[in-house]
Design a protein around this ligand. Structure first.
Ligand SMILES: *[C@@H]1O[C@H](CO)[C@@H](O)[C@H](O)[C@H]1NC(C)=O
Ligand SMILES: *[C@@H]1O[C@H](CO)[C@@H](O)[C@H](O)[C@H]1NC(C)=O
Ligand SMILES: *[C@@H]1O[C@H](CO)[C@@H](O)[C@H](O)[C@H]1NC(C)=O
Length: 152
């Protein structure tokens, strides 16, 4: 009986000191720069099968204590993992004060965090830039095609 107890305690210690490798949580992206009033999506990947308890925490910076769990509302959307997509956090209409570090937690295990930097929309860009939501992509494509043409 004693040996059984010792064995059980040993197992418990092993479980505490070496978390199951399958519980690895990967947040994507790790760093995120976004203009104010846009949306930001942070994915939380985890090989565990649903149902999973996914919570999100926010900290002012990586040295500050995280607050949470965050509650969904009109501008905060929280979705769990499904067959088709990873769990994610969607922030609508971000403001400068949404900057910080966002941590995904799956069944009690926390991810490494995603640094979100919300940038003030430059006055010189004006309202035109706000309407053209996809300009960074277009910019990238035009730069890529520039490079392509140059190589030709
Ligand atoms: C995660 O937590 C949920 C809800 O508490 C539970 O139903 C599920 O079995 C847990 N999954 C794992 C792999 O621990
Ligand atoms: C939603 O919650 C966040 C904090 O998690 C808060 O900053 C924001 O103002 C809230 N938005 C609405 C529409 O209530
Ligand atoms: C976005 O947030 C700003 C404040 O940060 C608010 O003035 C504006 O009405 C919001 N826009 C939408 C579409 O919710």
């Amino acid at each position: 009986m004693l040996w059984l107890l010792v064995g059980l305690c040993g197992l418990a210690l092993v479980n505490l000191s070496a978390p199951h490798p399958q519980a690895t949580i990967t947040q994507k992206p790790r760093f995120y720069g976004v203009m104010e009033r846009r949306r930001a999506v942070i994915y939380c990947e985890c090989p565990l099968k649903p149902p999973l308890l996914v919570d999100w925490f926010w900290a002012k910076d990586s040295d500050s204590e995280a607050e949470g769990p965050m509650r969904p509302n009109g501008s905060v959307v929280i979705r769990g993992k499904t067959r088709w997509h990873s769990a994610f956090l969607l922030l609508e209409n971000v403001s400068l004060s949404d900057s910080g570090v966002y941590y995904c937690q799956v069944n009690g295990t926390r991810g490494a965090g995603t640094g979100l930097q919300v940038m003030r929309e430059s006055l010189s860009l004006g309202s035109g830039a706000r309407r053209t939501q996809a300009w960074p992509t277009r910019f990238l494509i035009s730069r890529l095609s520039d490079a392509f043409i140059q190589r030709d």
